[in-house]
Design a protein around this ligand. Sequence first.
Ligand SMILES: Nc1nc2c(c(=O)[nH]1)N[C@H]1C(S)=C(S)[C@@H](COP(=O)(O)OP(=O)(O)OC[C@H]3O[C@@H](n4cnc5c(=O)[nH]c(N)nc54)[C@H](O)[C@@H]3O)O[C@H]1N2
Ligand SMILES: Nc1nc2c(c(=O)[nH]1)N[C@H]1C(S)=C(S)[C@@H](COP(=O)(O)OP(=O)(O)OC[C@H]3O[C@@H](n4cnc5c(=O)[nH]c(N)nc54)[C@H](O)[C@@H]3O)O[C@H]1N2
Ligand SMILES: [Mo]
Length: 826
Amino acid sequence: MGRVDRIAEPWGSRTPYGRGEPWPVRVDTHLADGVRPDQVDRWVRSASVLHSNGDALDIAVRDGRIVGVRGRAEDRVNHRRLDPKDLYAWQAVAAPDRLTTPMIRENGKLVETDWDTAMDRVVRRTRDLLDEQGPGAIGFYTTGQLFLEEYYTLAVIAHGGIGTNHLDGNTRLCTATAAAALKESFGCDGQPGSYTDIDHADTIALYGHNMAATQPVLWSRVLDRLAGPEPPALICVDPRDTPVARAATVHLAPRPGTNLALMNGLLHEIVGNGWTDPDYLERHTVGYDDLRERVKEYPPERASVICDVPVEDIRHAARLLGTGERLLSTVLQGFYQSHQATAAAVQVNNIHLVRGMLGRPGCGVLQMNGQPTAENTRECGADGDLPGFRNWANDDHVAEIARLWNIEPNRLPHYGPPTHAMKIFRYAEQGSLRMLWISGTNPAVSLPELARIRAVLAREGLFLVVQDLYPTETTALADVVLPAAGWAEKTGTFTNADRTVHLSDKAVEPPGLARSDLDIFLDYARRLDLRDKDGDPLVKWHDPESAFRAWQECSRGRPCDYTGLSHDLLRTAPSGIQWPCTADHPDGTERLYADGAFWSAPDVCESYGRDMITGAPAEPVEYRALNPDGKAVIRDAGYLPPHEQPSDDYPFALITGRTLYHFHTRTKTGRTPELRAAAPEVWVEICRADAEPLGIGEGDRVDITTPRGTVRARARVGGIRPGVLFLPFHYGYWDTGDGTGPGEGPGRAANELTLTDWDPVSKQPLFKTAAAALHRVAPAGGPAPAPPATATSPGHVNRSNRSNGNSGVSEDSEDSGVCEDSGVSP
Ligand SMILES: Nc1nc2c(c(=O)[nH]1)N[C@H]1C(S)=C(S)[C@@H](COP(=O)(O)OP(=O)(O)OC[C@H]3O[C@@H](n4cnc5c(=O)[nH]c(N)nc54)[C@H](O)[C@@H]3O)O[C@H]1N2
Ligand SMILES: Nc1nc2c(c(=O)[nH]1)N[C@H]1C(S)=C(S)[C@@H](COP(=O)(O)OP(=O)(O)OC[C@H]3O[C@@H](n4cnc5c(=O)[nH]c(N)nc54)[C@H](O)[C@@H]3O)O[C@H]1N2
Ligand SMILES: [Mo]
């Protein structure tokens, strides 16, 4: 059995397989130093919450504490593999600085208190604001990291109880565009594809998706196909020389913010060469004629100039996309976090529609999720949409929810689209929103333009409640801090990016007085005495299982139908199960839209669509005229340049994103020794041609400045396209055990630099567009602290290295744990 250092080799060893074969199992497990498997008391069923891949795992418990994890062999998602974050970050559950008691602000300082005092304060403020101003004074900003049962409860409280329209998740920053693109094309949210499409595809295209870093287990599946017989062609669209780009058959590295022009150029070739499926188009779609006319404006020569991508590369990619017989596409933040996000993501759907490539093995679209439970935020309506993918503009859908919750329909806010997160913060800034309850997100690091966000959160007139596991940059600004029980400390379900539902069981007790988010929300509803129209309690459940049953009723008959599932089934079934799962389909559903049957008829669709350029919602009558028979909708759009462009003062295009070893604002991975050591500090990626004239060498300290602020980082001179800078966004200022200390030092957070602007359709903010200046501050003391295995390597020139990755050598490996990686098939 080989033992592999999984910090140095994050994708582990290869288990090659051929097209249509099952993906072999490989054992990934990690136990604390000195603990042998036979010393584990219990293995508790769960799945990873550090990405949307949904890797199934069992938690090892000994003497009431977590001592490790192992991947679950039978699960359809990961076949026993785990990635480095999964293997190590469980240690953060027992971090010494967990929040263990509620806190309230007294004379400017947060002081410890009991639950009664803290909750009374929250409830009193809620009542006062409802009396004084009404529900519009109150907002909720939640996450993609709680459990399904918690989101549904929060949605009922906010929409059905308080009656506010101001409810959203940080999914707005994350998967709002995925949801919007699915609604625009297919009438309804819901992921068409399946991970098993990787097993069958002959062509795989990754659009703005660094899967190697952000879904390493799924990337292992791709690497194993690439290493086997009949490997698929791989297309990568990313301005950086990522491991995906290095493994690609064609790497298109567009100028940031030009995705739509590139997509129109690709579709120009696909349409122009007749690589379409006229029969599918005729039977299953509307809108093709407009697309055909639109893409005539984008011959590859024009796309090449806008995107600065060689024209022959566009043609090459288009030929692969146009002639493959089993095409799988994935889309993520390189597309979603930009100014024409939905319009660009929809063109990926369009490629599948014009080629008739949906609902068959190998032919899938994965408009990816990012966070582990973002799918549930959307399904349950904790992103402000109506639960069960219902349509806020359809009175029948509103009446259905009102019936289910036993309230009058007019108590449900549906006079306009739900308030999106960026607007919730605007209302807080302007003073009309006076109470904001934040759960499971750290906006003081993750929202754009942090100087502004800090000022909003610290506003005198805003009553701020923050519910988290750890002290964070955001809890520091709160009026009330509520200590939550997290993953492994509570039971609940969640759904990954390919609709696989897993149960995560409670394995250990939460620290101190910490309580599950579900218990906190239920307690709030009880203390507020929320009632239905018969005077009975509005929230009629009391634990995860009864909450799940309530949600099942809400999901009945909708695309995300959970009625065939139960906690017990998910606890005992060998694998997670994909929704819809019903009495008729008890094993779940591998792919949606198998026979061109979409959820897009006017009476059932989740959305009547929006204008691709302005984002204005369409009227019901317009949609009925466009799509009376419930087909897929092909939507076209012309390219517009990003609002903030490089200039003389700010000559670089700044993009931001992730490293494999950290999760977001590092509240968990920063408290995990192996992961902290693997990527200890912020760095900035810059290409050699840009670095040399500025006198910048590898590892030098530089300042990156935009009109919003400055970040100091060390330079990684390597594979990124000229004129572009990349910053990982993980590094806030809070002390997570790495000695930075609250408030010390110059800015490290990428969002000091980003701007307040969003995609007009999905309202997702633009984390991947800003104009920046760069200055050398001090010389190097060695190479930049960028992880060698995954970041662009020092000295790499863009597109210079096309190996399949997996060859990185970690300089930090002496700190890192070793786990088993046997590379054997079952
Ligand atoms: N290790 C790790 N994994 C994670 C997470 C994490 O924090 N750490 N977070 C999870 C979450 S919530 C999410 S949303 C996902 C995100 O997963 P990804 O979207 O894969 O990650 P990002 O690094 O944000 O962005 C992907 C790529 O977009 C490229 N890009 C930037 N601008 C453009 C552009 O204009 N066009 C194109 N085509 N590409 C561009 C960047 O170079 C980057 O490589 O990851 C999930 N998985
Ligand atoms: N510049 C830039 N900014 C970005 C992005 C980018 O690419 N570039 N990406 C954006 C994206 S896609 C995302 S998803 C966001 C992520 O941004 P955030 O959501 O702010 O990031 P996290 O660090 O995951 O914060 C989650 C918080 O929830 C807490 N938490 C975890 N589990 C639980 C739980 O069970 N209960 C409670 N109550 N709390 C819990 C964690 O301790 C942590 O403080 O960042 C966005 N911001
Ligand atoms: Mo995300």
